[in-house]
Each structure stands twice: as C-alpha cells, then as structure tokens.
Design a protein around this ligand. Sequence first.
Ligand code: NAP
Length: 283
Amino acid sequence: MGEIISGKELSKEVREEVRVKVEKLKALYGAVPHLAVVLVGEDPASQSYVKAKGRACTKAGMKSTIIRKDDTITEEELLKIVKDLNSDDSVHGVLVQLPIPKHIDENKVIDAIDISKDVDGFHPLNVGYMHLGRNPILPATPKGILTMIKSKNIELKGKDAIIIGRSNIVGKPVAMLLMKEHATVTIAHSRTKNLKEKCLQADIIVAAVGRANTVTADMVKDGVVIIDVGVNRVDGKLVGDCDFENIKDKASYITPVPGGVGPMTITSLLENTVECFERIMKK
Ligand code: NAP
C-alpha cells in the first residue's frame, strides 16, 4: 500500500510551528497577526469554514474577528466594510468568505482587498505575481498541496503531472506551482479527451473536480502520487474525486478525504496571515 499523506498530521506540525512563530512575533512587535473574515449570509458550509478558520487562528495565538452580515447587504455596504478593514492598522489579513450573494460582483470585492492583507491570494495582483514568480501570497489550497508534497520529499523535477480541474482557486494555481517546481504539467477539464490515457502517463495526479470516482484504479500507473482535492458527499459519507480504496495499493503516495488537503488549506491560511503581518510590520 502507498504511503498516506495525512493533512491532519502535517497540519498539527505546521500549526505548532505557526504558534511558536506568533509567540516570537508578539515578543518582537508587541502585537499578534489579526485575521478579519467577512461572512455574508447563512450558507452552512461557509459558516463552518469560517468558524474553523477563527478557531485555528485563536489556537495559534492569533487574533480573529468574524464580521457576519445578512445576505441582503448591498455591494456598496460590503465594499465599505472591506475598505474599513484595509485602513484598520490592527488588522493584517482580510478575507471575504466565498461565495457571496449573486447581486454582489465578486470580482469587485476581491479587487477591493488591500493586496498586502490579501490572505487568500485571490487579488489579481497576487495572481499576477504568482504567475511571474514574484513573491506572491499564494492561495491557501494550492500552497497546502505543495507543502504536503514537499513534506514527503517527493521529486517534482522532470515529473509528468496532470491537474484535473482548471478553477482559479485550485486547478490553475496548482498547475503554476508544479511547473515552477519543474514538473511537466497537463491541465485537464470537462472537455478533455482521453482522460484515462493522459492519467496513465502521469507520475502525479491532482484531482480538483468535485465528482466522486473521477479517477479510478484503471486510470493510474503503479507508483503514482495522488493528491485528491475533491470533497463530495456520497450516501452521507465524505469522499474525494479518486477511488481511494482501489487506488491506494497502486500509489506510492495518496492523500485521504477527509483528513488530506482540507486541513492543509486552513493551515496555509494561518501561514499567509503571519506572512502578511510580517510584511506589514517590516514596511
Ligand atoms: P470548480 O470551480 O467547480 O472546478 C471544477 C473543475 O473540474 C472545472 O475546471 C471543470 O471543468 C472540471 N471538471 C468537471 N467535470 C469534469 C470531468 N468529468 N472531467 C474532468 N474535469 C472535469 O471546483 P473547485 O473550486 O476547483 O473545487 C474542486 C473540488 O475541490 C470541489 O470538490 C471542492 O469542494 C474541492 N475543494 C476542496 C478544498 C479543500 O480545501 N479541500 C478547497 C477548494 C476546493 P470546466 O472548467 O471545463 O468546467
């Protein structure tokens, strides 16, 4: 059986490192990183993500503020909240939990966040910096994936990687980060032909689709590294995009769902909040 890369275990280690760093920063600056999260509406998944983010911040010794707003909030009102957080010197990270109600232009909200407080790394300038390799704040899920791969010293140089999914928050940035690490990257999506043949060529498969069993055992070669980003509910059970049970014996490394990429996303958010804090303090 392949080795399981536990995001849960790795998260514990990295979050402890973050906590120790926060203590040092507190001694140095007399302040701790402060993340402000804006939550609009009552979406249960968003509510639980935001709660988990707040809890993780507090456990790491950071400050967290959650600003809850009704989904009747206007675009103007939401932009004003972002603007106020931008100019609040006691806040070092600003995050608007997505999705937001359809009557508000998501791009306008992302664009409004001060790039030095953009802990999600979604601001177009941060995205541009990532593409140019210019010291960006990396989006949390792709950053967490890279941390997982590096934690096992998995060689990326010259390896064939396929990323299934081309979203702005997962697929595209993961492709960019793996290319930067010298992997040869293929990006697949819903119109890709012969996905099985392409996957069979791959040394590394990152599945970020949102559909259970997108990758099955007959689609992977022996020794493959599987990073399963997908979160799907099947018969009340949480599963990824890959058929874990039947792939695990063929893989050299595989991430589980739950307990894989998920916990690493919040861990990377904590790291990003610390990074924004340090950048602001050093200015
Ligand atoms: P998304 O925006 O819906 O993108 C899904 C991608 O999958 C699209 O590019 C789509 O192609 C592609 N796709 C759909 N059906 C396909 C198929 N049959 N074959 C190949 N590609 C297909 O989703 P996302 O935001 O990237 O998230 C993907 C999954 O990861 C979801 O399950 C989400 O819940 C999960 N997720 C987990 C975390 C975490 O922290 N664990 C974080 C973010 C997301 P087109 O572009 O052609 O439509």
